[in-house]
Design a protein around this ligand. Structure first.
Ligand SMILES: Cc1cc2nc3c(=O)[nH]c(=O)nc-3n(C[C@H](O)[C@H](O)[C@H](O)COP(=O)(O)O)c2cc1C
Length: 212
């Protein structure tokens, strides 16, 4: 992917805060960030981490299952300098507060388990990834979802090697339903995933004119 994910240098978003609470303060955000929610999916997990490692100005939100799966696939939480990591340690998903203040230009949710996709589709937000998805929607932050369950028969990587899985009708229906969500791009393959992120980088460049 080369330099296509070079650092985004965006204008200050001062004044764009959407929070209405009295006395709320907002940090002066010089560089809006990528938000990336990781779930407990082994499907293209390593490849997704490789994409994440190319992004500057990144905040990572992990589900508890994602933390476990990281260990099972022997992967490190190593990202570009300045990346912030949020683990799922609070009942109210405290880190989602940043969505109200224009901190994020884009949320990426991927790979997204059938569990997470199902919850997103019915509007459940009871952990960090489902909460950032819900808050991105409510704050009109564009979201890219890489859904795991996209075909009736799939090859996927288990910790000990490749295996076949057969997503159920409900899983495929949920992926289809997610595609109808506003301001949400659902991708099904790694190529599409990479293209969607590149398209977002281009959008950032075109809209700010200051992308380097
Ligand atoms: C090694 C491993 C790989 C997994 N891969 C997947 C997967 O590709 N897709 C999926 O839907 N669930 C997968 N799971 C199951 C999820 O981790 C499990 O449903 C979990 O509750 C999801 O939680 P989350 O959606 O909050 O991350 C996997 C579990 C393990 C242990």
């Amino acid at each position: 992917m080369g330099n296509s994910f070079a650092p985004a240098r965006l204008p200050s978003t001062r004044g764009r805060a959407r929070g209405t609470g009295q006395g709320m303060t907002k940090e002066n955000i010089k560089t809006p960030r990528w938000g990336w929610a990781l779930t407990g999916s082994g499907h293209f997990f390593k490849e997704s981490l490789a994409l994440m490692r190319q992004l500057p100005d990144l905040d990572v939100f992990l589900s508890s299952a994602a933390e476990e799966v990281l260990n099972m696939y022997k992967q490190e939480l190593s990202f570009a300098e300045g990346t912030r990591l949020y683990k799922d340690r609070t009942a109210s998903s405290v880190p989602v507060g940043n969505f109200y203040y224009g901190v994020y230009h884009t949320l990426v949710l991927g790979p997204a388990t059938s569990n997470t996709v199902a919850k997103c589709v019915v509007g459940i937000s009871d952990n960090l990834p489902t909460n950032v998805f819900a808050q991105a929607g409510k704050c009109r932050v564009h979201t890219i979802v890489f859904a795991c369950d996209t075909a009736p028969e799939m090859d996927t990587e288990a910790p000990k090697g490749m295996v076949k899985v057969y997503p159920r009708r409900i899983d495929l229906e949920n992926t289809a339903k997610l595609k109808t969500f506003e301001d949400t791009t659902v991708v099904e393959t790694m190529d599409e995933f990479e293209s969607a992120i590149k398209a977002r980088v281009k959008w950032l460049k075109d809209t700010t004119g200051s992308y380097s």
